[in-house]
Design a protein. Structure first.
Length: 224
């Protein structure tokens, strides 16, 4: 198993999925008009946070003009704004937004990463890409020795955790706010992803997300 620095280097330098490499680099060159003067990251994006954390938040993949631009997951896009506004209200961060690598953001007792480390076209990684990236996710999870809660944002993140624990999909239904005791140590939590589409259609809102976060805090008290 790699240590954290070697794992980050492996994720950043990975070029195994040619479709994803081409797409992430193309976005970094073309850019979005409002970020035209910024240098895009355009590489694989490792997770960030406390390796001693008891909470893991797992998303799908870097956003095209969010993490693929800033180099940090859930940073610089609308999903990040929603998620960190909720995390701050749940007293899990020192700031209500995640803007850039040097924004002074701190997350408490939490590590955040994605199932896929490169931005996929249409936010839809294929089965081969998921399989290739699973080794990185697996090593990230194994580094978190104090892990108690895994909050999955979206069905792909949820199913990636089922794969990690060798669990069958038919026994674990993905629904918002579901809590599953996987073993004596780990609780798996499912939530809708805070994507702009889900937020705009009210599939998820701050109230629903905060209910999940507060339930998580209740489980791991008194340390948070």
């Amino acid at each position: 198993m790699k240590n954290n620095n070697k794992l980050k280097e492996a994720i950043i330098s990975c070029k195994k999925c040619s479709r994803l490499v081409t797409f992430r680099e193309e976005i970094a060159k073309k850019k979005r008009k409002e970020f035209f003067r910024q240098e895009y990251w355009g590489k694989g994006v490792p997770g960030f946070g406390d390796l001693k954390a008891r909470i893991l938040i797992l998303g799908l993949a870097p956003a095209a003009h969010g993490a693929n631009r800033t180099g940090r997951v859930f940073t610089g896009d609308k999903s990040a704004s929603f998620l960190f506004r909720c995390l701050h209200k749940a007293k899990m961060t020192n700031k209500p937004d995640s803007i850039s690598l040097n924004d002074g953001l701190k997350i408490f007792d939490t590590y955040i990463t994605c199932a896929v480390k490169c931005v996929p076209p249409g936010d839809k990684p294929n089965s081969i890409e998921l399989k290739n990236c699973f080794k990185h996710l697996k090593e990230e999870i194994l580094l978190l020795k104090n892990l108690k809660i895994i909050l999955t944002l979206g069905q792909i993140a949820f199913e990636s955790c089922l794969k990690f624990f060798n669990l069958k999909k038919k026994d674990y239904k993905f629904t918002h706010g579901a809590f599953y005791n996987i073993n004596d140590e780990i609780t798996l939590v499912s939530s809708y992803h805070p994507s702009p589409r889900n937020v705009n259609t009210k599939r998820i809102d701050e109230k629903k997300m905060l209910e999940v976060l507060k339930s998580i805090r209740a489980i791991i008290k008194p340390h948070l």
